[in-house]
Design a protein around this ligand. Structure first.
Ligand SMILES: *Cc1c(COP(=O)(O)O)cnc(C)c1O
Length: 457
């Protein structure tokens, strides 16, 4: 199709919306390593996982063979409230940069929770409800996941208990209030409401908290209350599965207009948006049908892919979760408090870790001041005020577009714009005041954290 015909924004028709999620593991020859039980060092069974997670989600977690999994009609209906998300041609950014590259982004921030997290939240809440549970517990870092889950739970009439990393709880009161408005119960973590929280507080009374701590607390709460299970907003393979809706919509829209991305870029915290975004494209690559460059962008302050080790590790600080083989900084890693956005988890999705290890995906790390500079540049020409997390992808998309300017190549660059930055105005304020600094952990700090890795043969 000719250039002029490609609209600024491409929305799918209702009839074109995905009816199935895509499970990229089905096309991986070498699969991600299984979750293992820290006590027995054997792969976790469905029964063991079922004590913590909802039944249907356990099935999805362990499913490495079904390429497609039906999206239940109720979830499709919920998706229709805020999907499809637009695929936007960044004409204004291209012009501003003077690049011959074509830049596209998929914007996931058009819902009250403000990010892609709602795609998995509704799925997880749905399966919990279907199982007849009373409620779910979870952790939230920057607050997007907790917000998304509280929306999904209130829609379905489930109780929602959120452990929010303490520094975010204090820095982001508005996120907390959105969650409470949707009926969630929000506790700053670490807290005295759990055994593991009390233990962490006794050892580190001044801690700002971390995702790893909050996960431990939420898991404890799920397993000690009747009718509750734990849900997680990233990292797990089931979450990447649900997030494949982003990639499928993108690919459908691109195929319709004859657009083929050369480079696909996403920010990577636990890996869910990136995994979902690239899944259908990666599937083509794994089946030998097409070629793409995939780039994961992570903060230099929490560089699990670029400086971590590929090893079995705990998913949480309190060491109550199964062990997962992943790129990790060690479950004891505490990201610096001055880091402005999310993307603070010590590990990375097992699927993305394995793809990265196989050389199918690249990774780069960027510092937060340059990320905010890219965010500002983007906001001023494209209008959308991006989340700091998403801006990691913007930064690298701009870098790649500028490389094209030098070489004259007309590459097509596609990135995931995961959310809005409306709740990150303190961070923007620090940037605007010139008070933002970059923190990069030293090799010694990382080594100290690697020393806490469990020994698994
Ligand atoms: C949570 C979040 C991320 C990072 O999480 P992933 O699981 O790596 O996708 C990125 N952007 C936004 C806006 C988020 O809320």
């Amino acid at each position: 199709m000719s250039e002029e015909k490609i609209p600024y924004k491409i929305y799918l028709e209702e009839s074109e919306m995905p009816k199935q999620w895509y499970n990229v593991r089905a096309d991986m020859k070498k699969k991600p390593a299984p979750l293992i039980n820290p006590a027995t060092l054997k792969p976790m069974t469905a029964e063991e996982l079922g004590a913590v997670f909802c039944e249907e989600l356990v099935k999805q977690e362990l499913n490495e063979t079904d390429r497609f999994i039906d999206i239940p009609q109720e979830i499709q209906d919920f998706y229709k409230m805020y999907r499809p998300s637009p695929l936007v041609r960044a004409y204004c950014l291209e012009k501003k940069l003077g690049t011959p590259a074509k830049i596209y982004y998929k914007f996931e921030g058009n819902n009250t929770s403000g990010s892609h997290k709602l795609n998995s939240a509704i799925a997880q809440a749905y399966y919990a409800k279907k199982q007849g549970l009373r409620g779910v517990t979870t952790e939230t870092g920057a607050g997007q996941w907790g917000t998304a889950l509280s929306m999904a739970c209130s829609y379905l009439g489930l109780d929602c208990q959120v452990y929010m990393v303490k520094c975010s709880y204090e820095q982001k009161p508005f996120r907390r209030e959105v969650m409470r408005t949707y009926g969630a119960n929000v506790t700053p973590s670490p807290s005295a409401t759990t055994e593991v929280g009390r233990k962490i507080l006794a050892e580190f009374p001044d801690t700002n908290g971390s995702l790893g701590c909050a996960i431990s607390e939420a898991v404890e709460k799920a397993t000690t209350q009747d009718g509750y299970r734990y849900v997680l907003g990233s990292v797990l393979s089931q979450v990447l599965l649900h997030q494949s809706v982003i990639g499928i919509e993108s690919k459908t829209a691109m195929d319709k207009y004859g657009i083929k991305p050369d480079i696909i870029i996403g920010c990577a915290g636990g890996g869910s948006n990136l995994g979902g975004l690239i899944s259908p494209f990666m599937g083509e690559m794994l089946r030998g049908e097409n070629n793409y460059r995939f780039i994961a962008v992570e903060p230099a302050s929490c560089p699990s892919l670029t400086r971590g080790v590929y090893a079995y590790d705990f998913c949480d600080t309190g060491k109550v979760c199964p062990l997962q083989k992943m790129y990790t900084l060690g479950s004891g890693f505490m990201p610096s408090a001055n880091h402005a956005g999310g993307l603070r988890y010590h590990g990375m999705s097992a699927i993305l870790s394995e793809l990265y290890d196989q050389g199918l995906m690249e990774a780069v790390s960027v510092e937060q001041t340059e990320v905010f500079k890219a965010a500002e540049q983007f906001a001023r020409v494209e209008g959308i005020l991006p989340a700091p997390e998403s801006s990691h992808a913007i930064k690298v998309a701009i870098d790649e577009a500028l490389k094209c300017k030098e070489t004259g190549e007309e590459k097509t660059i596609f990135f995931g714009l995961t959310g809005t930055g409306y709740f990150d105005m303190y961070a923007y304020g620090a940037y605007n005041d010139g008070k933002m600094s970059d923190y990069i952990p030293t090799d010694e700090e990382l080594q100290k954290s690697f020393n806490t890795l469990p020994e698994v043969k």
